[in-house]
Design a protein around this ligand. Structure first.
Ligand code: ADP
Length: 542
């Protein structure tokens, strides 16, 4: 027997409709590519999204067609999110930091019909256009006057396009399982893979992400997503923020410490989200100007492990609560968020702070388990570590046009490629990515743990721990360290810092210094490259 409740599809357009009706004057503030700060409201967003939807329909875009964006976080990009998905087309967000050949690959693989681009990416598209045969036109997200002379074919000015269309439109109703957006993983090995989200998965993920023990978002917040809208839909914030009607502040192309800090302060931002590398830049800047955060009270850090030293600095020096979170492109992305339970509230501060360091608790909507090499489930005791597997309504079931890779298990669980512990409260701690773990004498050493300790050294700006070949132990840890400007810390000083913090056999065998570490297109340490660079490094212990 079915329940007798209205069968309304969960569509992304329902979020915009609600925001327009009840948060019409809610502000959307953007630093533009052109320079000035732009101010709009949810009312304006809804009107312009309808104009763009009508315009896209006029260009022949229909249900299931892919329309790409290659753009920073800004109001026009947000309009594109809602307009494209709203008419049943698929919003394919492209990460501009990928290699140009990878961008060409994914545009062709996705069969994008149109590309909407920020002015910044005009030269990139000029260089690639000849390889993008299926693209019918390039919509430059600016007014005609701001677009320089270009040799790009089939250029359309965004403002001309939308201004020639009415803002009258009833968002169409269709199956909630319809594809809504597409995001490619960065593909550190092999070609990038497309994750195809649906309206249903997006709306459910948004409903979950605003919960108190997740991001705790409300109409009283002002939210600045530093995480780009081309990185897993900015962790869902372009949907979850309008859903609750918080003020929305976009940093545009400027993600450096000084620019982000200025916006946080002038726009009275209360909540932000981004990867650790961005926060390194912000904290360095704030320290250098002797600043403080007057309104910011919490920030989500994820994408790679947030170093404990960073979590402590935010909390102890600036009074900003860090929500350490873990997720993946394949997971929309949220899987765990670190928030306390009631039983932790009376713990001494030090013990409580220790609880806050892990990647956090599994949120409702995600099922998680850890398994051994034979796919047998391991206990949730906070000690055993194994392959972290997940399933749930906002987790990919296969890749777009690439089907089920071995990570999609036959038993319906997706193997994340991470190695983790899980405890009875749902707290999950990532030991490592399975590819990055250092295998010494048949035992595992967590590269993340070594990096976290090293990053707490006052002279260290950034550190990577990798395994290099060892004749006796198979692999042993090598630390590759970027010193802070002006520091002269030695190999011996760095190693001494590990004394008493790790088991003897976890001690790195060597330390080398470098000026810069390579990062992936989503801001993570590019371990494959670092391993390649130091493959022939001779350890003093070898
Ligand atoms: P990519 O950046 O490779 O396109 P994702 O952003 O989907 O892909 O990366 C997901 C991976 O990032 C996870 O599987 C995990 O290894 C890593 N990751 C994400 N958040 C954290 C975290 N808080 N701590 C440690 N690792 C993390």
């Amino acid at each position: 027997m079915h329940g007798l409740m209205m069968d309304q599809p969960l569509l992304i357009s329902s979020i915009l409709r609600h925001a327009e009706l009840y948060h019409s004057d809610g502000e959307i503030v953007s630093r533009t590519v052109e320079g000035p700060i732009h101010r709009d409201t949810y009312g304006g967003l809804a009107r312009r999204a309808r104009q763009l939807a009508n315009a896209l329909t006029g260009l022949g875009v229909g249900m299931g067609d892919r329309v790409a964006t290659i753009a920073w976080n800004g109001y026009r990009h947000l309009e594109a999110y809602y307009a494209i998905s709203g008419i049943g087309a698929v919003c394919h967000t492209i990460n501009p930091r990928l290699f140009p050949q990878q961008i060409a690959y994914i545009v062709n693989h996705a069969e994008d019909r149109y590309v909407l681009l920020d002015l910044t990416f005009l030269p990139l598209m000029e260089a690639l256009a000849d390889h993008l045969k299926g693209v019918r036109g390039f919509v430059v997200m600016a007014d005609r006057a701001s677009i320089p002379d270009t040799k790009l074919r089939d250029v359309i000015a965004y403002e001309d396009l939308i201004n020639s269309h009415s803002d009258r439109l009833e968002w169409p109703e269709f199956d909630e399982r319809t594809a809504s957006s597409l995001c490619y993983t960065s593909g550190t090995t092999g070609n990038p893979k497309g994750v195809l989200y649906s309206h249903r998965s997006t709306v459910i993920h948004s409903l979950s992400s605003v919960q108190p023990d997740v991001m705790n978002l409300s109409a009283r917040d002002a939210v600045l997503p530093v995480v780009p809208m081309f990185h897993v839909n900015a962790w869902g914030l372009p949907y979850s923020v309008p859903l609750v009607g918080s003020k929305l502040v976009f940093p545009g192309p400027k993600m450096d410490g000084a620019s982000v800090y200025e916006l946080l302060e002038t726009e009275k931002v209360t909540f932000s989200a981004g990867v650790p590398t961005v926060w390194l830049g912000l904290l360095n800047h704030v320290a250098s100007v002797g600043g403080r955060f007057t309104t910011l009270n919490r920030t989500v850090i994820g994408g790679s492990a947030a170093p404990p030293a960073m979590i402590d600095t935010f909390r102890d020096t600036y009074g900003v609560d860090v929500l350490h979170a873990w997720g993946m492109t394949e997971m929309s992305p949220l899987g765990t968020v670190n928030t306390l339970k009631q039983k932790h509230l009376d713990l001494p501060a030090e013990a409580r702070n220790r609880v806050r360091l892990s990647q956090g608790r599994v949120i409702y909507g995600v099922q998680a388990r850890i398994t051994d090499d034979d796919n047998r489930e391991l206990p949730r005791d906070g000690m055993a570590f194994g392959h972290l597997q997940v399933r749930g309504p906002w987790i990919a079931s296969e890749y777009f046009k690439d089907g089920k890779t071995p990570a999609f298990g036959e038993d319906g669980w997706f193997d994340t490629g991470d190695v983790a512990t899980l405890d009875a409260d749902g707290f999950m701690q990532i030991t490592d990515r399975s590819k990055d773990v250092i295998k010494s004498g048949g035992e595992w050493i967590s590269s993340i743990d070594l990096e976290n300790i090293c990053m707490a050294h006052p002279a260290v700006a950034e550190a990577a721990a990798i395994g290099v070949q060892h004749p006796k132990w198979d692999e042993r840890p090598l630390l590759v360290v970027v010193r802070k400007a002006g520091s002269t810390a030695t190999r011996e000083e760095i190693l001494a810092f590990f004394e008493g913090k790790v088991a003897k056999w976890w001690m790195p065998d060597d330390v080398v210094f470098t000026d810069e570490l390579p990062h992936t297109a989503t801001g993570k340490l590019l371990k494959t490259k670092i391993r390649e660079t130091y493959r022939d490094h001779r350890l003093p212990t070898a």
